[in-house]
Design a protein around this ligand. Structure first.
Ligand code: AMP
Length: 293
């Protein structure tokens, strides 16, 4: 695994580990009339997470970032144990981006003995990542519902990188009347186009060379759709290009950007979503149609 890089040396952030301490801190801000934004993460902080914190800072007076590697959203053969962890480095980067407080609960605080509740969002969780990662979105919906209720922010920011997740969370909040505005953050990419992801650290040097083709290929498909080509043809070419480069495609689809309904033929607006393995590493990405660049 590649190194996540050195921690910055200067910044510090207050860290709380219990819901009671989080609420005490939030209540004190609220008493002074302050607004609050939340940025949930699983740590292994990179520029993508930091951009969400900066965005949050522009939307509210105080920003709470959370780090919790949520066991409920990993399948039995997935990378829960191997997921990169390094709280000191993460805390420094979150502080540098402008977070005011870090909420980093342990598993016992989030799921104490006897925990028995699951939040299930239907429809929008079916297909795409929901098809290849059964129970994943139940884990996400359950932990995000808890985090939002624990913290009570005015606004919470989630990256478009996990596009289906963002829509699942919007639906969750709407359906359960959780009083928070969900805002999407743009995908931050490496200069070569690869979307930043904590899982990029798993790529070998050779796989890392190939990885930017994922974005380049779906971007090309987005241009083809915008030019009036049928989705079936554009996606077929894209799939062939990815397989020729050594990707194992999990899914590659054009969906309605709001409902994720399947699309076919020629379309004016869509979201192209892809998940593909390079070796053992599963990468996801997505782009809008019409394309932004
Ligand atoms: P994670 O720590 O992977 O659970 O991600 C925490 C939040 O950061 C989620 O809302 C992700 O969608 C978001 N995120 C992850 N990677 C990126 C990226 N490259 N650009 C923007 N947001 C991202």
């Amino acid at each position: 695994m590649r190194n996540l890089g050195p921690a910055p040396m200067t910044t510090e952030i207050e860290t709380v580990r219990t819901v009671a301490d989080l609420r005490a801190r939030v209540s004190a801000w609220r008493a002074r009339g302050g607004s609050l934004a939340m940025v949930p993460t699983m740590g292994a902080i990179h520029e993508g997470h930091m951009s969400l914190v900066r965005q949050a800072k522009g939307l509210a007076g105080h920003v709470v970032a959370s780090i919790f590697v949520n066991p409920l959203q990993f399948g039995p053969s997935e990378d829960f144990e191997a997921y990169p962890r390094g709280e000191a480095r993460d805390a420094a980067l979150l502080a540098e981006a402008g977070a005011d407080l870090l909420f980093a609960p342990g598993a016992g605080e989030m799921y104490p003995e006897g925990f028995a509740t699951t939040v299930h969002v239907a429809d929008i969780t079916e297909g795409l990542c929901g098809a290849s990662r059964p129970d994943h979105f139940d884990g996400v919906a359950t932990v995000v519902a808890k985090l939002l209720l624990q913290c009570g922010p005015d606004v919470a920011i989630f990256g478009e990188k996990d596009y289906q997740q963002l829509l699942v969370i919007k639906r969750l909040v709407r359906d359960l009347n959780i009083p928070v505005k969900i805002v999407g953050g743009a995908i931050v990419r490496e200069p070569d186009g690869l979307a930043l992801s904590s899982r990029n650290a798993y790529l070998s040097a050779e796989e890392r060379e190939t990885a930017p083709l994922l974005y380049a290929t779906i971007q090309q498909a987005a241009h083809a759709l915008a030019a009036g080509h049928a989705t079936e043809h554009a996606l077929e070419s894209a799939r062939a290009a990815l397989e020729a480069a050594g990707f194992r495609v999990d899914y590659l689809e054009a969906r309605d950007p709001e409902t994720l309904a399947r699309l076919s033929g020629s379309v004016a607006t869509a979201r192209i979503l892809v998940a593909a393995f390079l070796g053992k590493t599963r990468l996801i990405d997505n782009v809008p149609v019409p394309p932004r660049a």
